[in-house]
Design a binder for this molecule. Structure first.
Ligand SMILES: O=P(O)(O)OC[C@H]1O[C@](O)(CO)[C@@H](O)[C@@H]1O
Ligand SMILES: O=C[C@H](O)[C@H](O)COP(=O)(O)O
Length: 930
């Protein structure tokens, strides 16, 4: 009999506080069972972190897991852990059988993140019990206050429980009560209790670790006399309570039905203070019906020189005296044990963060080709800020808060009510079968016209431009510009077109007017009462659009989720209905998307969570003044920016803070940029852009921060929707705003409504006076800008630019290639002349997108609003105002609000729609070169 085996003879089971795949594969565990009489194994998150977080023993299984249907990070961890636990259970199974279920157990802990939650802990315990599927498994549940009812219910459900993180006698009493009453509940239901096992794990050394520090601080002889004794005294008294309860009539009644005692298990028995014997927490705690789980080193030490005696019941008076002295000295054992519970929960959560982080990082590498990658090349100061942001997010558990809808990571307002886009990213908001049937139905049409604004049009537009196959063709119409409306109207045959009217609120002005116009046109083409069959509505339940769609007999109404804001709605019906209509395979699309969704989950710690990594960069950069997020897409990904800018700008740009997205600004040389930029390069494998890559290299060399995101195939764009949604929510938390409201958009809508209301009454818009006119232009501004000609006025406007400002072209003209090119040229002129960022938006499209940030975001904007005399206008059925009038009212309303927000504004009205843009470009060139 070796020294370890003498413990068994004294009634104490020896368990191993360690698990490791290599150790088990090499037969280490089997040897302990066979040679030392080992009867159990415990694991915890720190132990698994040491096993899995380093080395390559788990890589083969990890690879197989990832290559299958890649699960969440936690799912991947559990798959690895469950295999170890099952193997250990199988190794201990002969012991379990020999001892008729009295011992031979292996413990696995529920996620430490749940330690303060009853329901989720219970659910996790039951789930793991089922998945491990071994009778000699014990599930570890913390003995916290919320843990106690879960312990009761789990025992009642027949799950073996190892109660972990016990430090105080009070907590132990509650836990023992939970065990007994759990068994009684089974008896009451007529269920067997003889094969239900439980241990109560008292953490010993950690108590001394904290109390001894206090003793050392006191430094008195009286204090020193109890150094290293308090934890043992506390444990001895816990055992006395156990003996007392075991002798009670209540317990005997259960014992007669075969109940097994809930053994006290001494955990945390490795000696941490080298001043003590390395077997201190074994030799002093030996008694009948107990367990000591030892780390390998402690086990080796005891095997070598441990002495067995009936120590647990010896010197109880002394133990009481030790605790009395501790109380007299004010060592506050209750406070210490309460703190240790908190610290214990935190340190297991920290270990889980490290473990999940290591798995997420390996998983990410193995997923290469299936998961978009991200790489950040940041200057040292920004890199340090990003690391701080990531650590804050980790230590405050933001990834879990996000998925738990916990608004405390933002402003503590109603943010938690706006997170329906998270389940939507798993494909849960859409009915795939209904979308597939729409795909079939839409095949008979030549065109699909989508009428919607902002989030209701930009997502589908990106889907169509990047993934659309061409039949039916998608026309996303998000404008009141008469030219733009006419271009779409002229390119379709209403009889051969499916119209999708898309509005979450169902009351947005533009889609309402566009619906009226196209419905009437369609009726003209197919006959009264027959147009409805060619119309589909996408809207939130109960909206005005829903009522109109029902009245007009629309073919379908697809309902949105009111807990998703428009700009986060692309993976809900708002993005997917139009996608399905143009033949995109939505089911296949979500298979690709889910790989990212599972990578940004609550279980992926920020440092290894693709959404948090990016969110920390863009948020920290904005706070540090690099608030111009400049997109550099490869050619196939160019359309993505218009969706992205609405998400970022509308989410973050408020209260004078936020991120200003810079899309479609041609890439320049290092000298063209100030230190307010963050470049994000999106690259699709196979896209050629060597000239831009050379420029990016030069920018990086000049100290500009560059983030590079790579996609293996175009379908992977779906993953970027998810990554950026998470990143934007995270950036919002770092910036300190609510990323789900849009307080300033409404003001422009009100101004516009007032102007149009007046027009409907009077037949004309409120008069306004130009402060300067010539043959080409009329200029308007809140206060006259001095200058003898257009170039001088523009120059004066531009002269207000300071480092860190940005210049915005707000063009209320048709969005077409010629106009886009003219604006692009003007942007380059301004940027190069002033070394400031430039942005551009076509109105009213940008009002539902970047418009929020221009009004509510940083007070760095200098705007040039461009309007024009329309060469053709279009009447809107049921309205006095034409599309041209509405668009002008929108431009004016927007400009008024921008001015009221302290931004610098100037409006140029082009007298001739055709020649105007070029004339303006010339004047601006003169202004910038002069
Ligand atoms: O889908 P709706 O309600 O028509 O809104 C369109 C867009 O308008 C906004 O509310 C801003 O104006 C966006 O957030 C939204 O995507
Ligand atoms: O069940 C075992 C416990 O988790 C373990 O003994 C804790 O030990 P530690 O305090 O050394 O981390």
């Amino acid at each position: 009999m070796n020294r370890l085996q003498t413990l068994e003879a004294a009634g104490q089971a020896v368990w191993l506080d360690f698990i490791d795949r290599k150790f088990m594969a090499e037969g280490g565990l089997k040897k302990l069972v066979e040679e030392d009489g080992l009867t159990g194994v415990t694991s915890n998150p720190s132990i698994f972190e040491k096993a899995m977080g380093h080395g390559d023993a788990y890589d083969a299984q990890l690879k197989a897991e990832v290559e299958g249907d890649p699960r969440t990070v936690e799912g991947t961890y559990e798959a690895l852990a469950i295999k170890d636990i099952q193997d250990a259970c199988d190794t201990l199974r002969p012991v379990y059988d020999r001892l008729d279920a009295k011992d031979g157990y292996v413990s696995m802990e529920v996620s430490p993140y749940l330690a303060m939650e009853t329901e989720t802990t219970l659910a996790a315990a039951k789930r793991l019990w089922g998945e491990v599927n071994r009778p000699n498994l014990m599930i570890k549940i913390p003995g916290t206050d919320p843990g106690v009812p879960a312990i009761h219910d789990a025992i009642e459900a027949g799950v073996n429980i190892n109660v972990t993180l016990l430090f105080s006698l009070d907590a132990y009493k509650k836990v023992l009560e939970a065990y007994i009453s759990g068994l009684e509940a089974r008896v009451a239901k007529g269920e067997a209790i003889d094969r239900i096992a439980s241990v109560a794990s008292f953490f010993v050394s950690r108590i001394d670790g904290m109390i001894d520090k206090k003793i050392d601080a006191l430094g008195t002889d009286e204090a020193k006399a109890i150094r290293g004794k308090v934890a043992i005294a506390n444990a001895k008294l816990a055992y006395q309570h156990y003996l007392e309860v075991s002798g009670s009539a209540r317990w005997r009644a259960l014992a007669e039905k075969g109940a097994q005692p809930q053994r006290l298990l001494w955990a945390s028995t490795g000696t941490k203070d080298k001043a003590y014997s390395d077997v201190l927490y074994v030799e002093t705690l030996i008694g009948r019906d107990t367990v000591n789980t030892m780390p390998p080193a402690t086990m080796d030490a005891f095997r070598d020189h441990g002495e067995t005696s009936n120590s647990l019941v010896a010197d109880i008076d002394d133990a009481e005296k030790v605790l009395a002295t501790a109380e007299k000295l004010g060592l506050d054992l209750d406070g210490v044990t309460a703190q240790l519970v908190k610290d214990g929960v935190k340190s297991f959560a920290d270990a889980a963060d490290a473990l999940y982080g290591a798995i997420a990082a390996k998983r990410g590498k193995l997923l290469e080709g299936k998961l978009d990658t991200i790489q950040a090349d940041l200057p040292a100061d920004l890199d340090a800020n990003v690391k701080d942001a990531i650590e804050k997010a980790r230590s405050e558990g933001w990834a879990r808060k996000l998925w738990a809808h916990d608004a405390s990571m933002w402003t503590g307002g109603d943010e938690g009510k706006w997170l329906g886009w998270l389940p939507a990213a798993e494909g849960k908001q859409v009915d795939i079968a209904a979308l597939q049937s729409l795909t079939q139905e839409a095949k008979k049409y030549k065109d699909v016209v989508l009428l919607g604004m902002g989030g209701s049009s930009l997502g589908p537009e990106v889907m169509g431009l990047i993934l659309g196959g061409g039949s039916p063709r998608l026309h996303a119409l998000d404008s009141t510009d008469p030219g733009q409306v006419a271009t779409v109207a002229d390119s379709i045959d209403p009889a051969n077109t499916l119209f999708i009217v898309s509005s979450k609120s169902g009351s947005t002005m533009e889609p309402e007017l566009l619906r009226a116009y196209f419905f009437a046109r369609c009726e003209q083409a197919v006959g009264e009462g027959k147009a409805g069959g060619r119309f589909v509505a996408v809207t939130d339940p109960g909206s005005k659009l829903e009522a109109a769609a029902k009245k007009d007999g629309f073919a379908h109404i697809f309902y949105g989720d009111p807990t998703i804001g428009g700009r986060y709605s692309v993976l809900s019906v708002f993005g997917m209905v139009p996608s399905a209509a143009i033949g995109i395979d939505v089911a296949g699309f979500f298979d690709v998307v889910k790989v990212m969704t599972h990578s940004v989950g609550p279980d992926a710690p920020p440092a290894a969570n693709p959404g948090f990594e990016l969110g920390a960069i863009i948020g920290a950069a904005a706070v540090a003044g690099r608030d111009k997020l400049t997109l550099v897409p490869s050619p196939s990904l160019k359309p993505f920016g218009s969706w992205l800018e609405q998400l970022i700008a509308e989410s973050t740009g408020k209260q004078g803070k936020g991120i200003v997205p810079v899309d479609l600004e041609p890439l320049g040389e290092p000298a063209d940029y100030g230190d307010d930029r963050l470049f994000v390069h999106l690259h699709l494998d196979g896209d050629e852009m060597s000239a831009d890559h050379a420029k990016l290299d030069a920018l990086q060399a000049s100290g500009q921060p560059i983030v590079t995101i790579k996609l293996a195939k175009k379908e992977d764009i779906g993953q970027e929707f998810v990554r950026w949604e998470v990143a934007t929510a995270v950036a919002g938390a770092i910036i300190g705003i609510d990323p789900f409201d849009q307080p300033d958009v409404e003001d422009a809508k009100i101004q516009t409504r007032e102007l149009i209301g007046e027009y409907e009454k009077s037949g004309s818009l409120k008069p306004e006076t130009a402060f300067f006119k010539d043959n080409d232009f009329a200029f308007y501004a809140p206060a006259k800008i001095e200058g003898g000609d257009a170039a001088a006025i523009l120059k004066a406007h531009l002269s207000t630019a300071n480092a860190g400002d940005y210049f915005g072209f707000l063009a209320y003209i048709e969005r077409n290639e010629a106009h886009e090119a003219a604006i692009e040229a003007m942007r380059v002129d301004v940027r190069d002349a002033k070394t400031i960022a430039t942005v551009a938006g076509f109105g009213p499209r940008f009002l539902h997108s970047t418009g929020q940030a221009y009004k509510g975001g940083p007070k760095e904007g200098i705007f040039l609003t461009i309007t024009r005399e329309p060469s053709q206008d279009i009447a809107i059925p049921g309205n006095r105002a034409s599309f041209g009038t509405v668009q002008l009212a929108q431009a004016r309303g927007d400009m008024d609000v921008l001015a009221s927000r302290g931004q610098r504004v100037l409006r140029v009205h082009l007298k001739d729609e055709k020649s105007g843009p070029e004339a303006l470009a010339r004047a601006l060139e003169a202004a910038t070169k002069a």
